[in-house]
Design a protein around this ligand. Structure first.
Ligand code: GDP
Ligand code: GDP
Length: 441
Protein backbone atom coordinates (compact mmCIF):
# COMPACT_ATOMS: atom_id res chain seq x y z
CA UNK A 1 0.00 0.00 0.00
CA UNK A 2 1.06 3.51 -0.73
CA UNK A 3 1.41 5.37 2.52
CA UNK A 4 1.01 9.10 2.35
CA UNK A 5 4.25 10.98 2.93
CA UNK A 6 4.83 14.02 5.08
CA UNK A 7 7.99 16.04 4.55
CA UNK A 8 9.49 18.37 7.11
CA UNK A 9 11.11 21.36 5.51
CA UNK A 10 12.73 24.58 6.65
CA UNK A 11 16.08 26.26 6.99
CA UNK A 12 18.78 24.68 9.17
CA UNK A 13 18.59 24.74 12.94
CA UNK A 14 14.89 25.43 13.32
CA UNK A 15 14.34 21.98 14.83
CA UNK A 16 13.33 19.79 11.89
CA UNK A 17 15.20 16.73 13.12
CA UNK A 18 13.92 17.20 16.62
CA UNK A 19 10.38 17.36 15.29
CA UNK A 20 11.05 14.37 13.05
CA UNK A 21 12.20 12.33 16.01
CA UNK A 22 9.26 13.52 18.03
CA UNK A 23 6.84 12.36 15.34
CA UNK A 24 8.41 8.97 14.84
CA UNK A 25 8.53 8.62 18.59
CA UNK A 26 12.24 8.12 19.04
CA UNK A 27 13.25 10.78 21.41
CA UNK A 28 16.73 9.41 21.79
CA UNK A 29 17.76 9.75 18.17
CA UNK A 30 20.70 11.94 17.45
CA UNK A 31 20.08 15.58 16.82
CA UNK A 32 22.74 17.59 15.09
CA UNK A 33 23.78 20.49 17.19
CA UNK A 34 25.79 21.90 14.35
CA UNK A 35 23.72 23.08 11.41
CA UNK A 36 26.61 22.70 8.99
CA UNK A 37 27.01 18.96 9.28
CA UNK A 38 25.98 16.66 6.52
CA UNK A 39 23.58 13.94 7.43
CA UNK A 40 21.60 11.44 5.52
CA UNK A 41 18.05 12.00 4.59
CA UNK A 42 15.74 9.83 6.55
CA UNK A 43 12.35 8.45 5.81
CA UNK A 44 10.59 6.52 8.54
CA UNK A 45 7.16 5.23 9.21
CA UNK A 46 4.95 6.78 11.86
CA UNK A 47 1.37 6.70 12.94
CA UNK A 48 -1.03 9.04 14.63
CA UNK A 49 -4.68 8.46 15.43
CA UNK A 50 -4.48 5.14 13.65
CA UNK A 51 -3.22 6.61 10.37
CA UNK A 52 0.10 5.35 9.10
CA UNK A 53 2.30 7.61 7.07
CA UNK A 54 5.90 8.23 6.12
CA UNK A 55 7.88 11.10 7.52
CA UNK A 56 10.67 12.54 5.42
CA UNK A 57 13.36 14.57 7.10
CA UNK A 58 14.93 16.64 4.38
CA UNK A 59 18.17 17.17 6.36
CA UNK A 60 21.44 16.67 4.53
CA UNK A 61 23.10 20.05 4.51
CA UNK A 62 26.34 20.55 2.73
CA UNK A 63 26.73 24.12 3.77
CA UNK A 64 29.99 24.53 5.61
CA UNK A 65 29.74 28.26 5.19
CA UNK A 66 26.18 28.56 6.25
CA UNK A 67 27.09 29.81 9.67
CA UNK A 68 29.53 32.34 8.31
CA UNK A 69 26.93 34.31 6.47
CA UNK A 70 26.90 32.72 3.01
CA UNK A 71 23.28 33.56 2.88
CA UNK A 72 22.78 33.24 -0.85
CA UNK A 73 24.24 29.77 -1.00
CA UNK A 74 22.08 28.76 1.91
CA UNK A 75 18.95 30.09 0.26
CA UNK A 76 19.87 28.14 -2.85
CA UNK A 77 20.23 24.91 -0.92
CA UNK A 78 17.14 25.40 1.14
CA UNK A 79 15.27 26.08 -2.06
CA UNK A 80 16.55 22.95 -3.77
CA UNK A 81 15.68 20.79 -0.81
CA UNK A 82 12.24 22.21 -0.49
CA UNK A 83 11.58 21.57 -4.14
CA UNK A 84 12.71 17.99 -3.75
CA UNK A 85 10.53 17.53 -0.71
CA UNK A 86 7.53 18.87 -2.59
CA UNK A 87 7.96 16.28 -5.28
CA UNK A 88 8.09 13.48 -2.73
CA UNK A 89 5.46 14.40 -0.20
CA UNK A 90 1.70 14.65 0.02
CA UNK A 91 1.78 17.06 2.93
CA UNK A 92 4.51 19.50 3.93
CA UNK A 93 5.34 20.78 7.36
CA UNK A 94 7.33 24.00 7.25
CA UNK A 95 9.28 24.54 10.46
CA UNK A 96 10.32 28.00 11.63
CA UNK A 97 12.00 29.18 14.82
CA UNK A 98 10.15 31.65 17.06
CA UNK A 99 13.33 32.57 18.91
CA UNK A 100 14.72 33.99 15.67
CA UNK A 101 11.69 35.30 13.77
CA UNK A 102 11.17 35.43 10.00
CA UNK A 103 14.39 35.15 7.97
CA UNK A 104 15.16 35.41 4.24
CA UNK A 105 15.53 31.65 4.06
CA UNK A 106 12.11 31.15 5.66
CA UNK A 107 10.67 33.43 3.03
CA UNK A 108 12.40 31.53 0.24
CA UNK A 109 10.97 28.26 1.52
CA UNK A 110 7.50 29.74 1.94
CA UNK A 111 7.49 31.10 -1.57
CA UNK A 112 8.08 27.67 -3.07
CA UNK A 113 5.62 26.00 -0.77
CA UNK A 114 2.87 28.47 -1.55
CA UNK A 115 2.89 27.60 -5.20
CA UNK A 116 3.29 23.85 -4.76
CA UNK A 117 -0.44 23.24 -4.72
CA UNK A 118 0.10 20.80 -1.85
CA UNK A 119 -1.18 21.18 1.68
CA UNK A 120 1.33 23.00 3.89
CA UNK A 121 1.27 23.35 7.67
CA UNK A 122 3.38 25.89 9.44
CA UNK A 123 5.03 24.74 12.66
CA UNK A 124 6.34 27.64 14.75
CA UNK A 125 8.89 25.73 16.81
CA UNK A 126 10.62 26.39 20.11
CA UNK A 127 7.47 27.65 21.80
CA UNK A 128 8.70 26.05 24.99
CA UNK A 129 6.34 28.00 27.18
CA UNK A 130 3.13 29.94 26.98
CA UNK A 131 4.94 33.28 26.95
CA UNK A 132 6.46 32.40 23.57
CA UNK A 133 3.13 31.73 21.89
CA UNK A 134 2.64 35.33 20.88
CA UNK A 135 5.88 35.19 18.86
CA UNK A 136 4.41 32.47 16.65
CA UNK A 137 1.96 34.93 15.10
CA UNK A 138 4.69 36.91 13.41
CA UNK A 139 4.96 34.04 10.93
CA UNK A 140 1.51 34.67 9.51
CA UNK A 141 3.45 36.98 7.19
CA UNK A 142 4.78 33.89 5.36
CA UNK A 143 1.37 33.34 3.81
CA UNK A 144 1.18 29.72 4.86
CA UNK A 145 -1.85 30.09 7.08
CA UNK A 146 -2.04 30.20 10.85
CA UNK A 147 1.06 28.82 12.57
CA UNK A 148 0.89 25.88 14.96
CA UNK A 149 2.91 26.82 18.02
CA UNK A 150 4.95 23.76 18.98
CA UNK A 151 7.94 22.72 20.98
CA UNK A 152 9.62 19.79 19.31
CA UNK A 153 11.82 19.43 22.36
CA UNK A 154 9.02 19.10 24.86
CA UNK A 155 6.23 17.83 22.67
CA UNK A 156 4.11 20.86 23.32
CA UNK A 157 1.46 21.42 20.62
CA UNK A 158 2.72 18.59 18.44
CA UNK A 159 -0.55 16.67 18.87
CA UNK A 160 -2.56 19.51 17.32
CA UNK A 161 -0.03 19.74 14.53
CA UNK A 162 -0.29 16.02 13.81
CA UNK A 163 -4.09 16.17 13.85
CA UNK A 164 -3.88 18.80 11.16
CA UNK A 165 -1.33 16.75 9.21
CA UNK A 166 -3.68 13.76 9.22
CA UNK A 167 -6.60 15.92 8.17
CA UNK A 168 -4.59 17.20 5.22
CA UNK A 169 -3.49 13.76 4.07
CA UNK A 170 -5.14 12.03 1.17
CA UNK A 171 -7.62 9.49 2.43
CA UNK A 172 -7.47 6.05 0.95
CA UNK A 173 -10.91 4.68 0.35
CA UNK A 174 -12.22 1.49 -1.14
CA UNK A 175 -14.31 1.54 -4.24
CA UNK A 176 -16.77 -1.15 -5.16
CA UNK A 177 -16.43 -0.76 -8.86
CA UNK A 178 -13.58 -2.51 -10.54
CA UNK A 179 -10.99 -0.05 -11.73
CA UNK A 180 -12.00 -0.64 -15.34
CA UNK A 181 -15.49 0.70 -14.81
CA UNK A 182 -14.43 3.97 -13.28
CA UNK A 183 -14.81 7.04 -15.44
CA UNK A 184 -11.32 7.83 -16.58
CA UNK A 185 -9.68 11.11 -17.37
CA UNK A 186 -6.44 11.86 -19.19
CA UNK A 187 -4.57 15.09 -18.65
CA UNK A 188 -3.17 16.12 -21.99
CA UNK A 189 -1.11 19.10 -23.00
CA UNK A 190 2.27 20.26 -24.16
CA UNK A 191 5.17 20.12 -21.70
CA UNK A 192 5.21 22.95 -19.16
CA UNK A 193 1.61 24.00 -19.53
CA UNK A 194 1.09 23.01 -15.88
CA UNK A 195 -0.29 19.47 -16.06
CA UNK A 196 1.54 18.24 -12.95
CA UNK A 197 0.74 21.34 -10.96
CA UNK A 198 -2.89 21.02 -11.95
CA UNK A 199 -3.02 17.35 -11.13
CA UNK A 200 -1.39 17.79 -7.74
CA UNK A 201 -3.84 20.48 -6.90
CA UNK A 202 -6.74 18.25 -7.88
CA UNK A 203 -5.58 15.47 -5.60
CA UNK A 204 -4.56 18.00 -2.95
CA UNK A 205 -7.99 19.61 -2.93
CA UNK A 206 -9.85 16.37 -3.06
CA UNK A 207 -7.80 14.63 -0.38
CA UNK A 208 -9.47 11.32 -1.02
CA UNK A 209 -7.22 9.17 -3.12
CA UNK A 210 -8.24 5.63 -3.68
CA UNK A 211 -5.64 2.98 -3.25
CA UNK A 212 -4.47 1.33 -6.43
CA UNK A 213 -6.84 -1.36 -7.47
CA UNK A 214 -5.67 -4.84 -6.55
CA UNK A 215 -4.35 -7.16 -9.21
CA UNK A 216 -3.96 -4.58 -11.88
CA UNK A 217 -0.33 -3.69 -12.05
CA UNK A 218 -0.74 -1.31 -14.90
CA UNK A 219 -3.19 0.71 -12.89
CA UNK A 220 -0.48 1.80 -10.51
CA UNK A 221 0.26 4.41 -13.14
CA UNK A 222 -3.24 5.68 -12.58
CA UNK A 223 -4.60 7.65 -9.68
CA UNK A 224 -8.13 7.16 -8.49
CA UNK A 225 -9.75 9.87 -6.44
CA UNK A 226 -13.05 9.78 -4.63
CA UNK A 227 -15.28 12.73 -5.40
CA UNK A 228 -18.76 13.60 -4.24
CA UNK A 229 -20.03 12.15 -7.48
CA UNK A 230 -18.13 8.90 -7.19
CA UNK A 231 -14.63 7.84 -8.14
CA UNK A 232 -12.62 9.33 -10.99
CA UNK A 233 -9.57 7.70 -12.46
CA UNK A 234 -6.74 9.84 -13.78
CA UNK A 235 -4.83 7.82 -16.34
CA UNK A 236 -1.08 7.56 -16.50
CA UNK A 237 -0.39 10.12 -13.84
CA UNK A 238 2.60 8.33 -12.32
CA UNK A 239 4.88 10.98 -13.78
CA UNK A 240 2.78 13.77 -12.37
CA UNK A 241 2.04 12.36 -8.98
CA UNK A 242 4.72 13.70 -6.72
CA UNK A 243 6.43 14.66 -9.93
CA UNK A 244 8.78 11.69 -9.97
CA UNK A 245 10.34 12.85 -13.15
CA UNK A 246 13.35 10.96 -14.30
CA UNK A 247 14.35 13.64 -16.68
CA UNK A 248 12.59 16.16 -18.79
CA UNK A 249 11.09 14.05 -21.54
CA UNK A 250 11.40 15.33 -25.04
CA UNK A 251 8.34 16.96 -26.37
CA UNK A 252 7.80 14.16 -28.85
CA UNK A 253 7.77 11.32 -26.34
CA UNK A 254 5.78 13.10 -23.73
CA UNK A 255 3.17 13.91 -26.31
CA UNK A 256 3.12 10.33 -27.49
CA UNK A 257 2.61 9.11 -23.96
CA UNK A 258 -0.18 11.56 -23.42
CA UNK A 259 -1.85 10.21 -26.53
CA UNK A 260 -1.74 6.65 -25.26
CA UNK A 261 -3.46 7.82 -22.09
CA UNK A 262 -6.03 9.67 -24.14
CA UNK A 263 -6.95 6.57 -26.09
CA UNK A 264 -7.76 4.77 -22.85
CA UNK A 265 -9.72 7.66 -21.39
CA UNK A 266 -13.39 8.55 -21.33
CA UNK A 267 -12.57 12.24 -21.03
CA UNK A 268 -9.55 14.43 -21.51
CA UNK A 269 -8.52 17.67 -19.90
CA UNK A 270 -6.79 19.59 -22.64
CA UNK A 271 -4.45 21.86 -20.72
CA UNK A 272 -3.30 24.99 -22.52
CA UNK A 273 -0.91 27.65 -21.25
CA UNK A 274 -3.16 30.69 -21.54
CA UNK A 275 -0.20 33.04 -21.28
CA UNK A 276 1.09 31.65 -24.58
CA UNK A 277 -2.27 31.44 -26.29
CA UNK A 278 -3.33 28.51 -28.44
CA UNK A 279 -0.27 27.21 -30.26
CA UNK A 280 -0.07 25.06 -33.33
CA UNK A 281 0.83 22.10 -31.18
CA UNK A 282 -2.16 22.64 -28.90
CA UNK A 283 -4.26 22.65 -32.00
CA UNK A 284 -2.83 19.38 -33.25
CA UNK A 285 -3.33 17.76 -29.90
CA UNK A 286 -6.92 18.97 -29.84
CA UNK A 287 -7.52 17.46 -33.26
CA UNK A 288 -6.16 14.20 -32.00
CA UNK A 289 -8.42 14.30 -28.94
CA UNK A 290 -11.38 14.98 -31.15
CA UNK A 291 -10.58 11.89 -33.23
CA UNK A 292 -10.18 9.67 -30.20
CA UNK A 293 -13.85 10.14 -29.30
CA UNK A 294 -13.32 11.17 -25.69
CA UNK A 295 -15.18 13.97 -24.01
CA UNK A 296 -13.02 17.08 -23.82
CA UNK A 297 -12.76 19.87 -21.28
CA UNK A 298 -10.47 22.72 -22.31
CA UNK A 299 -8.44 24.09 -19.41
CA UNK A 300 -6.88 27.50 -19.96
CA UNK A 301 -4.24 27.30 -17.25
CA UNK A 302 -1.97 30.06 -15.92
CA UNK A 303 -4.87 32.47 -16.22
CA UNK A 304 -3.17 34.40 -13.39
CA UNK A 305 -0.53 35.45 -15.91
CA UNK A 306 -3.07 36.80 -18.36
CA UNK A 307 -4.05 40.02 -16.68
CA UNK A 308 -4.51 42.36 -19.59
CA UNK A 309 -8.19 42.44 -20.61
CA UNK A 310 -7.29 42.59 -24.28
CA UNK A 311 -5.01 39.59 -24.00
CA UNK A 312 -7.75 37.72 -22.13
CA UNK A 313 -10.20 38.42 -24.90
CA UNK A 314 -7.63 37.36 -27.49
CA UNK A 315 -7.06 33.99 -25.83
CA UNK A 316 -10.78 33.28 -25.91
CA UNK A 317 -10.96 34.32 -29.55
CA UNK A 318 -8.03 31.98 -30.23
CA UNK A 319 -9.89 29.12 -28.62
CA UNK A 320 -13.04 29.79 -30.59
CA UNK A 321 -11.01 30.10 -33.78
CA UNK A 322 -8.40 27.41 -33.56
CA UNK A 323 -10.33 24.85 -31.56
CA UNK A 324 -13.65 25.45 -33.25
CA UNK A 325 -14.00 21.75 -34.03
CA UNK A 326 -14.24 21.06 -30.29
CA UNK A 327 -17.31 23.24 -30.48
CA UNK A 328 -19.16 22.28 -27.41
CA UNK A 329 -16.31 21.53 -25.05
CA UNK A 330 -16.47 23.70 -21.94
CA UNK A 331 -13.59 26.14 -21.55
CA UNK A 332 -12.33 26.75 -18.00
CA UNK A 333 -10.03 29.59 -17.03
CA UNK A 334 -7.99 28.45 -14.07
CA UNK A 335 -4.73 28.88 -12.27
CA UNK A 336 -3.20 25.67 -11.02
CA UNK A 337 -0.71 27.76 -9.13
CA UNK A 338 -3.13 29.90 -7.14
CA UNK A 339 -6.06 27.52 -7.24
CA UNK A 340 -8.26 30.16 -8.78
CA UNK A 341 -11.46 28.84 -10.32
CA UNK A 342 -10.52 25.28 -9.47
CA UNK A 343 -13.97 24.60 -8.13
CA UNK A 344 -15.25 24.53 -11.71
CA UNK A 345 -13.08 21.58 -12.66
CA UNK A 346 -14.73 18.59 -11.06
CA UNK A 347 -18.25 19.75 -11.96
CA UNK A 348 -17.10 20.08 -15.58
CA UNK A 349 -15.79 16.53 -15.47
CA UNK A 350 -18.99 15.36 -13.85
CA UNK A 351 -21.02 16.93 -16.65
CA UNK A 352 -18.71 15.28 -19.16
CA UNK A 353 -19.21 11.96 -17.45
CA UNK A 354 -22.99 12.33 -17.34
CA UNK A 355 -23.13 13.33 -20.98
CA UNK A 356 -20.81 10.53 -22.04
CA UNK A 357 -22.96 7.90 -20.34
CA UNK A 358 -26.30 9.49 -21.19
CA UNK A 359 -28.99 7.16 -22.44
CA UNK A 360 -31.91 9.01 -23.93
CA UNK A 361 -35.29 7.31 -23.89
CA UNK A 362 -36.35 6.44 -27.42
CA UNK A 363 -39.68 8.23 -27.13
CA UNK A 364 -37.98 11.49 -26.08
CA UNK A 365 -35.44 11.21 -28.83
CA UNK A 366 -38.14 10.74 -31.43
CA UNK A 367 -40.24 13.55 -30.06
CA UNK A 368 -37.27 15.89 -30.29
CA UNK A 369 -36.42 14.84 -33.85
CA UNK A 370 -39.99 15.11 -35.07
CA UNK A 371 -40.12 18.54 -33.54
CA UNK A 372 -36.83 19.48 -35.21
CA UNK A 373 -38.19 18.20 -38.51
CA UNK A 374 -41.44 20.16 -38.13
CA UNK A 375 -39.53 23.38 -37.50
CA UNK A 376 -37.10 22.84 -40.28
CA UNK A 377 -37.94 20.08 -42.74
CA UNK A 378 -35.13 18.41 -44.65
CA UNK A 379 -34.46 20.08 -47.99
CA UNK A 380 -35.34 18.21 -51.15
CA UNK A 381 -32.53 16.17 -52.68
CA UNK A 382 -32.92 15.36 -56.38
CA UNK A 383 -36.61 16.04 -56.13
CA UNK A 384 -37.03 13.66 -53.23
CA UNK A 385 -38.40 15.03 -50.02
CA UNK A 386 -36.66 13.04 -47.33
CA UNK A 387 -38.46 12.41 -44.08
CA UNK A 388 -37.12 11.26 -40.77
CA UNK A 389 -38.93 8.11 -39.83
CA UNK A 390 -37.47 6.96 -36.58
CA UNK A 391 -34.36 7.17 -34.42
CA UNK A 392 -32.70 5.08 -31.75
CA UNK A 393 -29.69 5.43 -29.50
CA UNK A 394 -27.62 2.40 -30.30
CA UNK A 395 -24.85 2.95 -27.76
CA UNK A 396 -23.53 5.11 -24.97
CA UNK A 397 -19.92 6.10 -24.19
CA UNK A 398 -20.20 8.26 -26.25
CA UNK A 399 -23.87 8.56 -27.21
CA UNK A 400 -24.38 7.06 -30.66
CA UNK A 401 -27.58 7.51 -32.60
CA UNK A 402 -29.07 6.02 -35.71
CA UNK A 403 -31.63 8.01 -37.62
CA UNK A 404 -33.74 6.19 -40.18
CA UNK A 405 -34.86 8.36 -43.05
CA UNK A 406 -36.78 7.80 -46.25
CA UNK A 407 -33.91 9.19 -48.34
CA UNK A 408 -30.38 10.41 -47.80
CA UNK A 409 -30.11 13.55 -45.74
CA UNK A 410 -27.73 16.34 -46.71
CA UNK A 411 -24.72 16.75 -44.40
CA UNK A 412 -25.80 20.18 -43.28
CA UNK A 413 -29.09 18.72 -42.19
CA UNK A 414 -27.38 15.92 -40.28
CA UNK A 415 -25.35 18.56 -38.46
CA UNK A 416 -28.55 20.43 -37.68
CA UNK A 417 -30.01 17.27 -36.13
CA UNK A 418 -26.82 16.70 -34.17
CA UNK A 419 -27.01 20.20 -32.80
CA UNK A 420 -30.64 19.79 -31.82
CA UNK A 421 -29.92 16.51 -30.04
CA UNK A 422 -26.88 17.98 -28.32
CA UNK A 423 -28.73 21.03 -27.11
CA UNK A 424 -31.96 19.25 -26.32
CA UNK A 425 -30.31 16.65 -24.15
CA UNK A 426 -27.44 18.78 -22.87
CA UNK A 427 -24.69 16.58 -24.26
CA UNK A 428 -22.26 19.50 -23.88
CA UNK A 429 -18.73 18.24 -23.59
CA UNK A 430 -19.12 14.76 -25.01
CA UNK A 431 -18.60 13.75 -28.60
CA UNK A 432 -21.56 12.05 -30.19
CA UNK A 433 -22.11 10.01 -33.29
CA UNK A 434 -25.05 10.16 -35.59
CA UNK A 435 -25.59 7.81 -38.48
CA UNK A 436 -28.33 8.04 -41.04
CA UNK A 437 -29.80 4.89 -42.55
CA UNK A 438 -32.13 4.83 -45.47
CA UNK A 439 -35.25 2.89 -45.08
CA UNK A 440 -37.87 3.06 -47.73
CA UNK A 441 -41.24 3.07 -46.18
P1 GDP B 1 17.33 21.19 12.06
O1 GDP B 1 18.63 21.65 11.58
O2 GDP B 1 16.22 22.07 11.56
O3 GDP B 1 17.04 19.74 11.80
O4 GDP B 1 17.29 21.43 13.65
P2 GDP B 1 17.58 20.42 14.83
O5 GDP B 1 16.45 19.51 15.05
O6 GDP B 1 18.93 19.83 14.61
O7 GDP B 1 17.59 21.44 16.04
C1 GDP B 1 18.43 22.56 16.06
C2 GDP B 1 18.62 23.03 17.51
O8 GDP B 1 17.38 23.53 18.03
C3 GDP B 1 19.04 21.94 18.44
O9 GDP B 1 19.97 22.47 19.34
C4 GDP B 1 17.77 21.55 19.15
O10 GDP B 1 18.00 21.01 20.43
C5 GDP B 1 17.07 22.85 19.23
N1 GDP B 1 15.61 22.69 19.33
C6 GDP B 1 14.83 21.90 18.57
N2 GDP B 1 13.53 21.96 18.97
C7 GDP B 1 13.50 22.84 20.02
C8 GDP B 1 12.45 23.33 20.87
O11 GDP B 1 11.28 22.98 20.75
N3 GDP B 1 12.80 24.22 21.81
C9 GDP B 1 14.10 24.65 21.98
N4 GDP B 1 14.35 25.54 22.91
N5 GDP B 1 15.10 24.20 21.20
C10 GDP B 1 14.83 23.31 20.24
P1 GDP C 1 3.81 20.10 -17.03
O1 GDP C 1 5.09 19.91 -17.75
O2 GDP C 1 2.68 20.35 -17.98
O3 GDP C 1 3.50 19.01 -16.04
O4 GDP C 1 3.95 21.48 -16.23
P2 GDP C 1 4.29 21.75 -14.69
O5 GDP C 1 3.12 21.41 -13.84
O6 GDP C 1 5.58 21.14 -14.36
O7 GDP C 1 4.39 23.33 -14.72
C1 GDP C 1 5.36 23.99 -15.50
C2 GDP C 1 5.65 25.34 -14.89
O8 GDP C 1 4.49 26.17 -14.93
C3 GDP C 1 6.05 25.25 -13.42
O9 GDP C 1 7.06 26.19 -13.21
C4 GDP C 1 4.78 25.64 -12.69
O10 GDP C 1 5.04 26.20 -11.43
C5 GDP C 1 4.17 26.65 -13.63
N1 GDP C 1 2.72 26.72 -13.50
C6 GDP C 1 1.84 25.70 -13.49
N2 GDP C 1 0.58 26.15 -13.36
C7 GDP C 1 0.65 27.50 -13.28
C8 GDP C 1 -0.32 28.53 -13.12
O11 GDP C 1 -1.51 28.32 -13.05
N3 GDP C 1 0.17 29.81 -13.10
C9 GDP C 1 1.48 30.08 -13.20
N4 GDP C 1 1.86 31.35 -13.16
N5 GDP C 1 2.42 29.14 -13.34
C10 GDP C 1 2.02 27.86 -13.37
Amino acid sequence: MNKPAVAIVGRPNVGKSTLFNRIIGRRTAIVQEDPGVTRDRKTLSADWSGREFLVVDTGGWIAPNAASGESRELVRQVTAQTERAITEADVLVCVVDVTVGVTDEDEAVARILRRSGKPVLLAANKVDGRNREIDAWGFVALGLGDPFPVSANHGRGTGELLDAVIAAMPVLVDVDESADDIFSVAIAGRPNVGKSTLFNRIIGDERAVVDDAPGTTRDSLDTIIATEDGPLKFIDTAGMRRQVRVEEPTEYYSTLRALEAVDKADAALLVIDASEGVTHQDQRLAERLDLSGTAVVVVLNKWDLVTDPEQRAQVLIDVADRLSFLGYAPVLKVSARTGKNFSSLLPALRDAKDAYHRRIPTAELNRLLQDAQAHHPPPAVRRHHPRILYATQGAIDPPTFTVFASHDLPDTYVRYLERRIREGFKLGPTPMKLRVRRRNS
